[in-house]
Write a protein that binds this ligand. Structure first.
Ligand code: HEC
Length: 119
């Protein structure tokens, strides 16, 4: 759709409806390898290699990042809410909008979910 091919009817409509409902690019289309590379490069120092919020910088912050391996963290959280925090920042969490593209933000978030979120 946005990569230069022409609209193909229902497929595109369904995809666009999904985008509107999710408020974000579809996570299913995320590139997890790229997400992992971004995580290691930009997030791990605070969020930790295992996603527990215990990276070398994260563990000395007065407000620590959450533990992504905890089921309690994910309970009731919405993708759109967490994607917004990545875009806009929050407290000591830097804002990534402008530094990362929306697709990169989708990829790194999809990686966090797939690597750390418990079943
Ligand atoms: C300088 C340290 C630092 C870096 C680098 C950092 N974060 Fe955070 N992040 C935080 C802190 C601290 C919070 C908790 C903010 C709060 O609730 O006050 C947070 C919160 C978050 C949250 C909301 C859920 C939570 O943990 O409370 C997400 C999602 C997140 N970060 C993703 C990322 C991603 C993705 C990257 C890399 C692109 C990243 N962060 C880089 C420090 C960091």
């Amino acid at each position: 759709m946005f990569r230069g091919h022409r609209a193909r009817g229902w497929n595109d409509l369904v995809w666009i409806a999904g985008l509107v409902l999710a408020g974000a690019p579809a996570l299913a289309a995320a590139d997890l390898d790229r997400g992992k590379a971004i995580y290691q490069d930009r997030c791990e120092i605070c969020h930790g290699a295992g996603g527990r919020g215990d990276g070398p910088t994260g563990r000395v912050l007065p407000t620590r990042p959450s533990d992504y391996t905890s089921a309690a963290f994910w309970r009731g959280r919405k993708d759109a809410e967490l994607l917004d925090i990545i875009r806009q920042g929050k407290g000591l969490m830097p804002k990534w909008e402008g530094g990362l593209s929306d697709a990169e933000i989708r990829d790194v978030y999809a990686y966090i979910k797939s690597a750390f979120k418990p079943e």
